[in-house]
Design a protein around this ligand. Sequence first.
Ligand code: PMV
Length: 321
Amino acid sequence: MAVTASAPGKLLLLGDHAVVYDRPCLVTAVDIRYQASISKQDDSTIEIDTPELRQQAKTYRISAQHPGKHYTKETAFVEAAIAQVFREYDLQSGLSVVTQGPVVSYGLGSSSAITVAAVAALSSLFDLRLDKAELFRVAYAAVLDVQGTGSGFDVASAVYGRTVYFVTGGATIEPLPVDSLPFVIGYSGEKVSTTNLVGEVRKLRERQPAIVNRMFGVSREIVDSGKEQLLNGDWSAFGDLMNLHQGLLDAWGVNTLQLATLIAAARDAGALGAKLSGAGGGDCMFAVGDGEKRVAVEQAVRDAGGEVVDVALNAEGVQLL
Ligand code: PMV
């Protein structure tokens, strides 16, 4: 019997980059979901089948004794999830793993979502009864094993869903009672890797530690105030905070001409705020598009060459199907 779990992608609202350095962020889950279906097999082989591998008519096989020794690009996060669960709970078994999810996810989907779905499916398959905090801890360790860096915000978003106030490594994970979020998301195109962009900000911080650390402190103030404004539904104040945070991201060198163009277009069309989301260097921006302004903001993003991504926000966290 296969056990299936699904987990959502994410949109980072405020706190991008500073959240790598013990500062908070706000993240909402997006309804772009990733699924992992896992069953036990009698032999000592782990078979992994992903959408990308299916396109190439391939299945990936590894020995159940040594999962996670050398990761293969297409299956790294699933392998890491299995290796982490087997290591922590002293398990070994042949497995068949089938994953599903959109190949194109605008940078909103995440490797963390597939990792969390895999850990949740394994927890159920081996009756480990991991609660949300444990799911986060195990999935975050797996993600770090593959990526080396990362605050874990995307892992927390995949586990808890909805909208979360998060501090680096899960030091705080506070789900927020938010009903709806009036954001328009615009996709600017491909980006360079998150790891490279995090590396560039790290180098800037090494060159200018005092100033960059103070800016990280400002990011914390923006996020803490943003949390209050989200809870109040004060989109005008939240928009101000988005614009202020965009100023920081610009100063850290992660903006691109295309992102800047979409952000300016959204603001010109009356958006109360607009900023990039995530590492920068491409992927998505988002803007406040509340009430009757929404249509104008969406049109402005399209006219400026962006693709409006129509996806529900504040989505549910990981679920067993
Ligand atoms: O570009 P994304 O969606 O992978 O987001 C990266 C966000 C960073 O703050 C730059 C890194 C992190 O792990 O928090």
